[in-house]
Design a protein around this ligand. Structure first.
Ligand SMILES: *Cc1c(COP(=O)(O)O)cnc(C)c1O
Length: 411
């Protein structure tokens, strides 16, 4: 395996052999036999590794890369990520369990998210995980749990900055937000943290998600470093760690261009070198979910029926919205667009056909492809949805219409 991203002419994701897509070097039909059922998700461990090695080459060497588990919480994936990343970003006690089970040191984990339960705070304090406090009240709750446990807590302050990540698919900073403590209130929050005797671990600034524009990411990273430099004046000691968020997006739709990570990395190296004069000893972290795992995953579903209706062709598959809400355009998308797709056992198919691909659910929302041009396919063939390694199964309503569950494999 080389460290450069391979370019396959047939598709931009996986190699092809004898008309079969190879996932983890296994022909897709063989993989389906091995899994024993469709639908399934398959994640390619080599592809995840390549993506992360490539990212590290682009980023400043001293930058730490954390994996945001919510993107793909499959235990085997999280275990694999423990060997490839520097830490984990957690958003629930459930994710904390997954993370701790890997053996990753608790000191390299941060737990963010609004509405942490007292029990979750207590567990995180006992584990030694850093809590990213999202409100002043949460600081009091943390101190309360510390008293009950007879332990102290590692606490960072999540800042809701007065800027946003421009052109982000999902904005999570700027304006009025449920996430983080407004920038103006940070001096008071620091005072509170110190007076409660909690152990200050630094700041967390997360502007948004799914961004493909290098300029926008660079601007947000620069502003995050500037903000930390300003806040350093209110800190009684050097800032141990600064989490500048992530937001690197992946190209889901035709016309989307991959983020220029070399451009982002160069700008970040420059910005970090400047900021380091004011932030002595501060460890800088980015936290990424989808960027690390999306491209390495596929969702595979079998065609059950092929029908014609008033001039259009419909391929009906054995899974859809119930397993892959995002691919049907129902996970917060404004406009439904087709995810990249293939007929994974007919990669050499020469005769193309325009088809609609629909799942088995009795709802018009269950659409995987709207008039896609794909090689001619028949019942029994395998539809592949690319870019499915993140926000796939765990972000889908698996109980909807009481269909069978999907299986997930890491190959
Ligand atoms: C969701 C989330 C992430 C991961 O977002 P991606 O778009 O998957 O990279 C990172 N950090 C926080 C705080 C999040 O809420």
């Amino acid at each position: 395996m080389t460290d450069t991203l391979p370019i396959y002419p047939e598709n931009r994701f996986f190699p092809v052999e004898n008309g079969q897509l190879l996932i983890g070097e296994i022909p897709l039909s063989r993989l389906a036999q091995r899994v024993g059922q469709t639908p399934f998700y398959a994640y390619d461990r080599q592809a995840i590794g390549r993506c992360i090695r490539r990212l590290r080459l682009a980023m400043p060497a001293e930058l730490k890369i954390y994996y945001a588990i919510k993107a793909n919480p499959m235990p085997a994936v999280v275990q694999h990520m423990a060997t490839l990343t520097d830490g984990f970003d957690l958003a629930s006690a459930g994710e904390m369990k997954l993370a701790l089970d890997t053996g990753m040191p608790a000191g390299q984990m941060s737990f963010a998210g609004p509405g942490k339960r007292p029990q979750e705070l207590s567990q995180a304090i006992a584990a030694g995980v850093t809590l990213n406090a999202e409100s002043l009240r949460e600081l009091d709750m943390i101190a309360g749990q510390c008293e009950i446990l007879g332990l102290n807590a590692n606490v960072a302050l999540r800042i809701n900055p007065d800027f946003e990540l421009k052109a982000a698919g999902m904005k999570m900073g700027g304006g009025a937000k449920p996430f983080g403590i407004d920038e103006e209130m940070i001096p008071a929050a620091l005072q509170k943290l110190y007076s409660l005797g909690l152990r200050f671990q630094g700041f967390h600034i997360y502007g948004g998600s799914q961004n493909l524009k290098a300029e926008a990411i660079i601007e947000a990273q620069q502003k995050s470093l500037d903000l930390a430099v300003r806040m350093a004046e209110y800190c009684a000691q050097p800032i141990p760690r600064l989490n500048i968020g992530g937001g690197l997006g992946v190209p889901y739709f035709s016309g989307d261009m991959a983020v220029d990570i070399d451009q982002v990395g160069d700008a970040l190296a420059f910005a970090m070198a400047n900021a380091s004069k004011h932030l002595p000893g501060t460890e800088v972290v980015i936290e990424l979910g989808r960027y690390l795992v999306s491209e390495a995953g596929v969702y595979v579903t079998r065609i059950l029926d092929k029908k014609h209706s008033r001039g259009q062709v419909f391929l009906v598959t054995d899974g859809g919205l119930n397993h892959h809400l995002a691919a049907t355009g129902n996970l917060g998308q404004v406009i439904r667009k087709n995810y990249p797709l293939a007929i994974g056992n007919r990669m050499d198919g020469k005769i193309m056909e325009t088809v609609n691909i629909v799942g088995p659910l009795c709802t018009p929302l269950d659409v995987l492809a709207d008039r896609a041009s794909l090689p001619e396919a028949e019942p029994g063939d395998l539809v592949v949805v690319y870019q499915s390694g993140a926000y796939g199964y765990s972000a889908s309503p698996a109980a909807f219409l009481s269909q069978p569950a999907a299986v997930e494999v890491l190959v």
